[in-house]
Design a protein around this ligand. Structure first.
Ligand code: UD1
Length: 366
C-alpha cells in the first residue's frame, strides 16, 4: 500500500466484533495505517452489540449506518447503499471485512464495484449447503475480495478448488482465538456462574439461532425435548437470541422452554466465562464450534454440516444433527466421561491478528 494508508474495518453483527477487535489493535501496534471503524448496525440491541465494544475494548465506531433488521434483500441493500457513500467520502486504501454475515457480503460488493481492495478475515470456509444464507455470503465475498485471510488449511483448499489465484490466499490462523486467549482470565472473573446459579463443570450451555433450527416448529420443539431431557441430569443454561425468543412465543413453546435456565444474550466476557467452565456445549453457532475446540470443551453441533470441519477432525466438536435421540446419546456419552478429546489446530495461537497486520502492511496490489 502507498505511504500511510487508510484502512476501514467493518463490523455489523455479533460474531464480527471479536474478529475485528484484535486486528485493529495489531495494526495500531504496527503503526503503519490510519484506521476507521464502520458499524453497519445489522445488530443493534445493547446485548447484541454495545456490550461487545465495552468487553473487547473497541473504539466507538466512526460511522454507524443503522441498517437494522429486515429481509436479506432489504438488509443487504441498506448496507450496500450506506457503505458505498462511506467509501466515496473516505476513499480508503483498504477495507477489512470479517465472517459471513449480510454486512460482510454487502461491503465486499461495494469495494469490488469501487475497485477498493478488500481483505476478508475468515476466508475459505464452506459448508457446501446453499440453504444456509451464510454460505452464499462466504462464496460471493471470497470471489470478490483481493486478500483472503484463512484460518485453517481447509479454507485454502476450498479456495484453490474454486480456482482462486493462490497469490490472494494468506493462511493467518484463527483471529477469534486471539480474543479468546487474551480475555480468558478476565472472563473467568466476571462472576457469571454465580449470577446464573451454576458451578464450574456442573452445567451445559446451549445456543440456537440458525433459521433452519429455530424457524421450524417441529425442529425447534424436538431440540427443546432433547434439552429438557439433558436438564434432568444437569442444569442447561440457554442465553436466548432475539430471533429464537420470538419463535418460542409464536410456536407456543414458552412453557417448555422455561423449564431450562433461560437468560438474555450475554456479553463476550460473561459468555466466555460460562463456556470455558461448562461440562458440555450444544450449539448451532459457527464461532462457538471454534471456541470450544480452543478451550477443549466438548461441543455437540446441532446441525448436519459445518463450514469448520477442522473442529471435528482435530477439535472437540461432534456433528449430531437435530434428531433428539441422537443428541441424547451423544450428550450422555460426554456426561459419562467418554466424550471426544481434541487438540487445538495449528495457528490458533493468539497471534493471527499480528500475522494479518504483517500481510496487510506488506501487500501491494498486483
Ligand atoms: C446474523 C447472521 C448470522 C450470525 C448471527 C449471529 C446473516 C445472514 N446472519 O443472524 O450469520 O450467526 O447474526 O447472531 O447475516 N434482532 C434483534 N436485535 C438485534 C439483532 C437482531 O432483535 O440486535 C432480531 C430481529 O428480529 C431480526 C432477527 O433477530 O429480524 C434476526 O437478525 P438478523 O441480523 O437478520 O440475523 P441473525 O439471525 O442475528
Amino acid at each position: 500500500m502507498r505511504g500511510r494508508p487508510k484502512i476501514i474495518h467493518v463490523v455489523g453483527a455479533r460474531p464480527n466484533f471479536m474478529k475485528i477487535a484484535p486486528v485493529m489493535r495489531a495494526i495500531g501496534r504496527a503503526g503503519f495505517a490510519d484506521q476507521r471503524l464502520v458499524h453497519t448496525g445489522q445488530h443493534y440491541d445493547v446485548a447484541m452489540s454495545d456490550v461487545f465494544f465495552a468487553d473487547l475494548g473497541m473504539p466507538a465506531p466512526d460511522v454507524h449506518l443503522g441498517v437494522g433488521s429486515g429481509s436479506h434483500a432489504e438488509q443487504t441493500a441498506r448496507v450496500l447503499v450506506g457503505f458505498e457513500k462511506v467509501c466515496l467520502e473516505e476513499r480508503p486504501d483498504l477495507v477489512v471485512v470479517a465472517g459471513d454475515v449480510n454486512s460482510t457480503l454487502a461491503c465486499a460488493l461495494d469495494c469490488a464495484k469501487l475497485r477498493v481492495p478488500c481483505a476478508h478475515v475468515e476466508a475459505g470456509l464452506r459448508s457446501f449447503d446453499l440453504d444456509m444464507p451464510e454460505e452464499v455470503n462466504r462464496i460471493v465475498t471470497d470471489r470478490l475480495c483481493e486478500l483472503l485471510l484463512t484460518p485453517s488449511p481447509d479454507g485454502d483448499e476450498n479456495l484453490r478448488r474454486e480456482g482462486t489465484d493462490p497469490a490472494r490466499i494468506f493462511r493467518v490462523g484463527n483471529v477469534m482465538i486471539d480474543t479468546l486467549l487474551e480475555l480468558l482470565p478476565k472472563a473467568r472473573a466476571t462472576g457469571a456462574l454465580s449470577r446464573l446459579g451454576v458451578e464450574p463443570g456442573g452445567y451445559a450451555v446451549v445456543t440456537l439461532h440458525r433459521p433452519s433450527n429455530v424457524d421450524n416448529p417441529a425442529v425447534l420443539g424436538g431440540l427443546l425435548d432433547a434439552l429438557c431431557a439433558i436438564q434432568r441430569q444437569l442444569p442447561v443454561v440457554f442465553p436466548v437470541h432475539p430471533r429464537t425468543r420470538r419463535r418460542f412465543g409464536e410456536f407456543g413453546l414458552g412453557a417448555q422452554s422455561s423449564t431450562l435456565r433461560l437468560c438474555d444474550p450475554l456479553g463476550y466476557l460473561d459468555f466466555l466465562g460460562l463456556t470455558s467452565q461448562a461440562r458440555l456445549v450444544l450449539t448451532d453457532s459457527g464461532g462457538l464450534q471454534e471456541e470450544t475446540t480452543a478451550l477443549g470443551i466438548p461441543c455437540l453441533t446441532l446441525r448436519e454440516n459445518t463450514e469448520r470441519p477442522i473442529t471435528v477432525d482435530e477439535g472437540t466438536n461432534v456433528l449430531v444433527g437435530v434428531d433428539p435421540a441422537r443428541i441424547l446419546v451423544a450428550a450422555r456419552r460426554v456426561l459419562s466421561g467418554s466424550g471426544k478429546v481434541g487438540r487445538v489446530p495449528a495457528l490458533w495461537d493468539g497471534k493471527a491478528s499480528q500475522r494479518i497486520a504483517e500481510v496487510l502492511r506488506d501487500w501491494r496490489r498486483p
